[in-house]
Design a protein around this ligand. Structure first.
Ligand code: BMP
Length: 471
């Protein structure tokens, strides 16, 4: 791999605008004076071939590899050409979280223990490579080396090496700047600007940690990612009681509500209420419920689905005959009106330790929620991670947030739905296909002849599916 070849290649990249200078915003929101985006290379087959040749030359110096994998998406075509030129088979990593469970994470044929070479265009922190490595490793593939075109020299190499990956960069940013200067593509001022930027923006590799896949982690390990004390305690309850069952106590009689709490208490982590459907409600009911919840070690969770302006939510949460904030550690909220709802809950009087499950998707058929709404809900949840402890949804929308809990309603062993648009899945489906951490079961338990036995059955099925998932 001669420097001349690389130098010519660097100039070509500059000419096709794959390397730009100015003021750009990076993926993590920081400003940078240099931006490298090799997505355009697919429009220049000759350059794509040159890059692949440079990678192949380097690849020959490494130990034998069985397969190659490009980090999606930019490096996919690069890896494809490398694969064709070397006859080394390729695999592809799926990036879409939604496909988890229904589709494989890694496409292509491979054997357990195969050694995979990672191909990437540009490395800043190294976290994109690590996400790909994580999925490859979860599929039984070994990874130890990554060939990359450009190392931006911002801590990526160290992070990768901390995680057992040796990075082989064809170019680093300092060399690139030198080549472009020599070819008169940039001025001394630009070179200096990039130099200053580099020395000011070193990422500490010790603070960079790859977020682990929620679906593969034990609850006990996930507890360390959260700050909210209720969330921490909920993970603890789930681990120690070995239960991910939330009973939906949609009961209209106060006595029956308390009966249900006694019957299912030993088997649940959460009791979800719609307290405003209790026809003979009296504040004393709450005292009894609190005592039962304490004794059986579960949390009370009012499914109010707050969705008004912040001030109204604050009043609905703390006032009224139900005084939700005085007894329910957890509540649900809609994200439709944005942050005001969460601010309203935070501003309410009542229990200090409180948390919210934000509704992103529903089990009700033909809801009006679209993908934009779903993604904005997840974003809001991340912004309010002090109060939002989880998401109510029907698919694994957030795999890289191990601290967030997925609550999935619509779980029933026998029925497929009701006459009012409710849709059901089996406990195994909820956990393994839909990615649910906690499953909400209402009528599947409340209508059973022996509610206690039925709750135990659901608890055990859900727990077995969870163990299968993390193993
Ligand atoms: P059941 O299992 O009996 O269908 O009860 C489901 C419970 O979960 C109800 O209390 C309902 O309000 C709630 N729920 C749901 O069914 N789907 C959702 O998308 C969100 C919910 O809160």
């Amino acid at each position: 791999m001669g420097n001349e070849k690389l130098k010519l290649f660097a100039v070509e990249l500059f000419k096709i605008n794959a390397i730009k200078f100015g003021e750009f915003k990076t993926k993590v929101g920081l400003m940078t004076p240099v931006y490298c985006d090799l997505r355009v290379i697919v429009s220049y087959p000759k350059l794509l071939e040159t890059l692949s040749d440079l990678i192949v030359e380097h690849l020959k110096k490494l130990n034998k590899v069985d397969i190659v994998c490009g980090v999606p998406y930019t490096a996919l075509p690069i890896a494809t050409v490398v694969s064709i030129k070397t006859s080394i088979p390729m695999v592809m990593r799926r990036k879409e979280a939604k496909d988890y469970g229904t589709k494989k994470l890694i496409e292509g044929h491979f054997n357990e223990g195969d050694i995979c070479l990672i191909v990437e265009d540009v490395v800043t922190s190294g976290s994109s490579i690590l996400e790909t490595v994580r999925d490859l490793k979860n599929s039984g593939i070994k990874c130890s080396d990554a060939i990359v075109l450009l190392n931006r020299e911002q801590g990526g190499s160290q992070l990768l090496s901390n995680n057992g990956i040796k990075m082989h960069a064809l170019l680093n940013l300092t060399e690139l700047m030198q080549y472009l200067r020599e070819a008169n593509c940039v001025t001394d001022a630009v070179v200096d600007k990039v130099k200053t930027y580099l020395s000011n923006t070193q990422v500490d590799p010790n603070v960079l940690n790859l977020k682990e896949d929620r679906l593969k982690l034990a609850f006990s390990a996930r507890a360390k990612f959260v700050q909210n004390p209720i969330s921490k305690k909920l993970f603890e309850i789930m681990s120690t009681k070995k239960t991910t069952l939330c009973v939906a106590a949609d009961i209209t009689s106060a006595t029956d509500l308390l009966n249900l709490a006694e019957q299912v208490g030993p088997h649940i982590c959460l009791m979800k209420t719609h307290i405003d459907i209790v026809e003979d409600f009296h504040p004393n009911v709450i005292n009894h419920l609190k005592e039962i919840a304490n004794r059986h070690n579960f949390f009370l969770f009012e499914d109010k689905k707050f969705g008004d302006i912040g001030k109204t939510v604050q009043l609905q949460y703390s006032k009224s005959i139900f005084q939700i904030s005085s007894w329910a550690n957890l509540v649900t909220a809609h994200s439709l009106l944005g942050k005001g709802v969460l601010e309203g809950i935070k501003a309410g009087d009542g229990l200090k330790e409180r948390g919210v499950f934000l509704l992103a998707e529903t089990s009700s058929a033909e809801s009006l929620i679209d993908q934009n709404y779903v993604q904005s809900t997840i974003k809001l949840a991340k912004q309010y991670s002090d109060i939002v402890i989880g998401i109510v949804c029907q698919s694994p929308l957030f795999r890289d947030e191990p601290g967030l809990i997925q609550l999935t309603p619509g779980c029933h062993l026998e029925s497929v739905g009701d006459t009012l648009a409710q849709q059901y899945s089996s406990p195994e489906n909820v956990v393994l296909t839909k990615g649910g951490d906690i499953a909400v079961v209402g009528r599947g338990i409340t209508k059973a002849a022996d509610r206690s036995a039925e709750a135990k059955k659901y608890k055990e099925l859900l727990w077995a599916a969870y163990e299968k998932r993390i193993n």
